[in-house]
Design a protein around this ligand. Structure first.
Ligand code: AMP
Length: 290
């Protein structure tokens, strides 16, 4: 596995990769969710490139940029064991050269949900991913469903700018009890780790209601709200039931519906989602409470 830092090193190493390239962008502190993206890329492509970059432009002024968990040595060992060919670990100035002035906005999809709660977040995400894709030039990019809105935004971006033939969205990997894996789970103390379970429990409740025939958007949202309200340590940011492609909030009778939640539990703000109309085996299996 080759590890490179500068744009020039990346260009040289990329030129040495034959066949189709799959790209997995990450902010590091890797867990099994990230490694599932690598495994999917290995299955579909001849070579896999990963990046580790905590992107300052997608963090708001009051967010956790400085505190974001980092462990480069451990990340590189995990990527090597997973069979990655090339890792790009740029410094901030490798991504944003001096005088940097070019930003990318994906319109329409970014004003709601995470975009509404985190102004500027998707401008930062779209800008960094445009730079990463322009330099890595993969055929496919692999992202997680865990960040549903991000996956919708990045599909739009890659198609609009012609920066990858395909954006593959991989299922959310969870702890045995249902909590979605996230680098930010590192901020949970044991008491809040227990409380954090309410997030996936609320999604499971909405899935169960939908499975039993409930189709009213207001009722499905209320079911999730009620589960979250029973956990005093959970501070709800939003509960959404939206069209999975346009992310527009649904009203009345629903058929295809993305349930999304953002909830602060102690220190971290956790996000999670489920497509109610699709199978979601990780959420529908009986949960272990061990
Ligand atoms: P991050 O390092 O948090 O920026 O995430 C990098 C990529 O990993 C993004 O495409 C995420 O959607 C994806 N990802 C994060 N957590 C999970 C998870 N639990 N399951 C699957 N993919 C994930």
């Amino acid at each position: 596995m080759k590890v490179v830092t500068t744009r020039a090193e990346l260009r040289a190493a990329r030129a040495g990769l034959d066949g189709s390239v799959g790209f997995v962008p990450t902010m590091g502190y890797l867990h099994d969710g990230h490694l599932a993206l690598v495994a999917a890329a290995r299955e579909r492509c001849s070579a896999v490139v990963a990046s580790i970059f905590v992107n300052p432009t997608q963090f708001g002024p009051t967010e956790d940029l400085a505190a974001y968990p980092r462990d480069l040595d451990r990340d590189l060992a995990r990527l090597e064991a997973a069979g990655v060919d090339l890792v790009w670990t740029p410094a901030v100035e490798d991504v944003y050269p001096p005088g940097f002035a070019t930003y990318v906005d994906v319109e329409g999809l970014t004003g709601v949900l995470e975009g509404a709660s985190r102004p500027g977040h998707f401008r930062g995400v779209a800008t960094v991913v445009t730079i990463l894709l322009s330099l890595v030039r993969p055929q496919m990019m692999f992202v997680g469903r865990k960040d549903l809105q991000q996956s919708v935004v990045l599909r739009r971006l890659a198609a609009d700018l012609g920066l990858a033939d395909e954006v593959v969205v991989c299922p959310t990997v969870r702890e045995p009890d249902g909590l979605a894996l996230s680098s930010r789970n590192a901020y949970l103390d044991p008491e809040h780790r227990r409380a954090a379970l309410v997030v996936s429990t609320a999604l499971r409740a909405a899935r169960a209601a939908y499975r039993d025939g409930e189709r009213d958007a207001v009722t499905l949202r209320r079911i999730m709200h009620d589960v979250l309200a029973a956990e005093p340590r959970a501070e709800v940011d939003y509960v959404s039931l939206a069209d999975p492609d346009t992310l527009v909030e649904l009203d009345g009778e629903v058929t295809r519906a993305a349930a999304s939640l953002a909830v602060r539990v102690g220190v971290p703000r956790l996000i999670d989602n489920s497509l109610l109309h699709d199978p979601d085996p990780e959420l529908d299996r009986p949960m272990s409470t061990a």
